[in-house]
Design a protein around this ligand. Structure first.
Ligand code: AP5
Ligand code: MG
Length: 206
């Protein structure tokens, strides 16, 4: 099954895609995670993407589209994949339709006014990328899965989050109508505990 996860920044795409990936044994492909890894490794893709990501802008299509195309042509995607963060606008969706058949689009819906707190309070593992939130961390500062140091993402400052939310409204939100019209869109309530969001997604997919 080839799945796309839609949803505003902070809706819980990464959290849920990780769990769904384990459940269905299909890879979780997050363009944001791939860019961050490339930035860490100082690759040409990372160098090209960094300025855009730090400003909360979309990375240009000529970088992003080839990257996704290459990734989903790899062997581990033969039985399906989960795209998290791609497509991000209608132009990317139109290109995606030319090289992959999408079976379902999950839109994780959450009230817009809750996103700022979710993102500025997020901490991620510097080693494995697992997401946490300060509200539930107490004085813990290492990852419960791999013991890596928890850090704040460079684009999770309030100013950059606001910019990302504006970009989402202008460019990504129109994808809701796009996928609604193609009959693939399934809404899931993202404003409930992580395990309940997961249950709803599994129900929709099964
Ligand atoms: P990307 O990494 O995709 O970021 P994003 O879309 O802004 O989404 P996030 O990763 O911030 O949020 P999420 O929905 O994954 O939420 P999470 O599960 O972590 O992209 C980053 C940048 O890369 C972009 O700005 C752009 O520059 C570039 N980029 C990426 N793709 C691109 C593309 N296709 N084209 C061009 N540029 C591209 O959860 C958030 C927080 O909430 C966490 O703290 C989590 O613990 C908590 N949480 C999750 N679920 C719940 C819940 N149910 N209840 C309470 N808390 C919860
Ligand atoms: Mg994410």
């Amino acid at each position: 099954m080839n799945i796309v996860f839609l949803g505003a920044p902070g809706a819980g795409k990464g959290t849920q895609a990780t769990m769904v990936s384990e459940r269905f044994s299909i890879p979780h492909i997050s363009t944001g995670d791939i860019f961050r890894q490339n930035i860490k490794d100082r690759t040409p893709i990372g160098i090209a993407a960094k300025g855009y990501i730090d400003r909360g802008q979309l990375v240009p299509d000529e970088v992003t589209i080839e990257l996704v195309k290459g990734r989903i042509s790899e062997d581990d995607c033969k039985n399906g994949f989960i795209l998290d963060g791609f497509p991000r606008d209608v132009a990317q969706a139109e290109v995606l339709a030319q090289f992959a058949k999408i079976d379902a689009v999950i839109d994780i819906v959450i009230p817009f006014d809750k996103l700022m707190k979710r993102l500025t309070g997020r901490r991620v593992c510097s080693k494995c990328g697992e997401s946490y939130h300060v509200d539930f961390l107490g004085d813990v500062s290492v990852c419960s899965k791999c013991n890596g140091k928890l850090i704040q993402r460079a684009d999770d400052t309030s100013e950059t989050v606001q910019q990302r939310l504006d970009v989402y409204m202008a460019k990504t939100a129109p994808l809701i109508d796009y996928y609604q019209n193609s009959g693939l869109l399934k809404d899931v309530n993202g404003d409930q505990p992580v395990s309940d969001v997961f249950k709803e997604i599994i129900k929709v997919l099964e």
